[in-house]
Design a protein around this ligand. Sequence first.
Ligand code: NDP
Length: 268
Amino acid sequence: MKYLVIGHPIAHSKSPQIHQAFAAQFNLLDFSYERCLAPLDGFAGLVAQFAEAGGAGANITLPFKEEAFRLCTKLTERAAAAGAVNTIKCVDGVLLGDNTDGAGLVADLLRHTGLAGKRVLLLGAGGAACGVLLPLLEQMPQSLTIANRSVARAMSLAEKFSGNIKIIAQAFDALEGEFDVIINATSASLSGEALPLAGSIFAKDCVAYDMMYGKGETPFMEQARLAGASQCIDGLGMLLGQAAEAFYVWTGLRADIVPVLAAMRAAL
Ligand code: NDP
């Protein structure tokens, strides 16, 4: 069974190492997973060629997640809600598009804290934030607030996803009260920037989660620790979680992320 991770650039991707480790857990000897650099104007052709040649599935990364969403002939509910596809399964000429980012985040968060009945704050309103909203809402938090630098983007997500739980959209400096779980889905940490957040929004037992990961604390994790958050977690577990969910979509097998996470953490 042949799988790919398709992106541009792609050399940095850890997905082959992760999926090969998952396949080894089940002794899947015919499982092959490779990186594929797609030309910026050649994504659709490459996917069609791969599927025609018997490819079983692919992970899609930047900048092709929205193009993959438009290309797939069938979508899961969570991919439709996200407006982006990070996992394609090729089934009898049909390209089934899925989005496992949110499931990966929620699975990792649940290893550290419950979400039901919690006051959740999501920072950011880009692709990653949009992709995790439906799975977060399915956990039935008490409230969900989205804060973003461009408030209009937060408002548009709040409007799209508000249902039984009404989502509040705000600017960073307008946030009031305390939150039990604060998730950073901005890319501010990538440029080493902290967000303009008041320390008072971190509740006493607050769990702070940065989707970014790397060696040591991100600026957001440091900010949360100094504000008294009880747990500050980076996004490596989310990366493993979304991969495990994609592996399940393809194979029906639930891989154990714990040993793979430990090995990757040690190698950072
Ligand atoms: P997008 O480019 O789609 O969105 C970026 C978001 O960050 C926007 O909300 C943007 O605000 C905000 N932002 C950027 N710079 C700043 C800043 N200096 N100050 C405040 N806000 C800022 O990116 P993605 O949503 O795809 O990715 C976001 C983060 O999530 C990245 O760090 C990425 O690495 C991480 N990620 C991690 C995953 C994992 O598996 N661990 C999976 C997916 C993403 P505005 O709208 O105002 O521009």
